[in-house]
Design a binder for this molecule. Structure first.
Ligand code: NAP
Length: 284
């Protein structure tokens, strides 16, 4: 059994990116990332801070736009329009969640597909479904990178994804399908979940419930990827009961230190990709 070291892999990805950013800067091209944060959600503040830190380490310029939680939808759209038009900005991210009175789908749609480094604009989601080059949303992209780095072959495998969110479950499933896995997507209405997960060669848990996946749900020798981040007074826990599940697996990601660090690293990769595409005639 191998415990996947997402922290170390993310460091390698960032080191490679640093070289790419240095090369761009030598040519006078400076990547600049804009993050829009609406309100003061605690987890969001933590995520934004780690994105800022990663940018600083890589030499990617960073601009944070913090908006009052009472902002009107039109104001938010105007701010996105302005960032779309600015030549210096090469990547835009709207941190979710945003307050309920705002329409996040409308906002994601407004972000220019060329600067949509989170991959949530419907045009980019469509490209992912069509298996065309695009910005893959960062968590699934990080998991693909883990598979590549650890030599985990997805081709022809039975992959089960628990969770169907637009952020993780759905794009993850598309990525696996594009890599020739046979996919099953499970959610809260799925019947006989355990019978399905026990057939998984690759099991991805993106649920948001501490230790939801137990050893009896896992096939011997499976690859288990834990996306969950469940904050409790005792610390951060994944969706997988790691201590009891790990011995059954061939590969498993821990929480923390598995998928989480990869998500930020792949965001940086998408920013560099956007910067290059915006500065080339061969746009995405
Ligand atoms: P989400 O939008 O709340 O989606 C959760 C999914 O789990 C839903 O599709 C839901 O089904 C499904 N679900 C809930 N209870 C279930 C049950 N009993 N059986 C089967 N499926 C069930 O969450 P998310 O945004 O995808 O995030 C999932 C987890 O990943 C969270 O802990 C989040 O913090 C974490 N996360 C981590 C990263 C990272 O970088 N590591 C990035 C993003 C998210 P329904 O659709 O039927 O409601």
């Amino acid at each position: 059994m191998v415990v996947i070291d997402g922290k170390a892999l993310a460091k390698t990805v960032r080191e490679d990116l640093k070289e790419e950013v240095d090369e761009l800067r030598e040519k006078g091209i400076v990547p600049k990332f804009a993050v829009i944060l609406v309100g003061d959600d605690k987890a969001s503040l933590t995520y934004v801070k780690s994105k800022n830190k990663a940018c600083r380490e890589l030499g990617i310029e960073y601009e944070e736009i913090i908006l009052d939680s009472n902002i009107e939808m039109q104001e938010l759209l105007d701010i996105i329009d302005n960032l779309n038009e600015r030549k210096d900005i090469t990547g835009i991210l709207l941190q979710s969640p945003i307050p309920d009175h705002l329409d996040i789908n409308k906002a994601f749609k407004r972000i220019s597909p060329e600067k949509d480094v989170d991959g949530f604009n419907p045009a980019n989601v469509g490209k992912l479904c069509l298996n065309q080059d695009t910005f893959i949303s960062c968590t699934p992209y990080g998991i693909l990178k883990i598979f590549e780095a650890y030599g985990i072959d997805v081709d022809g495998k039975n992959a089960v994804v628990i969770g169907r969110s637009n952020i993780v479950g759905k794009p993850m499933s598309m990525c696996l399908l594009n890599k020739n896995a046979t996919i099953t997507i499970c959610h809260s209405k799925t019947k006989n979940l355990k019978e399905i997960t026990k057939e998984a060669d690759i099991l991805i848990a993106a649920i948001g419930k501490k230790h939801f996946v137990t050893a009896d749900m896992v096939k011997e020798g499976a690859v288990v990827i834990d996306v969950g981040i469940n904050r409790t007074d005792e610390g951060i826990f994944g969706d997988v009961d790691f201590d009891n599940v790990k011995e059954k697996t061939s590969f498993i990601t821990p929480v923390p230190g598995g998928v989480g660090p990869m998500t930020v690293a792949m965001l940086m990769k998408n920013i560099v990709k956007a910067t290059k595409a915006l500065n080339s005639s061969d746009n995405l």
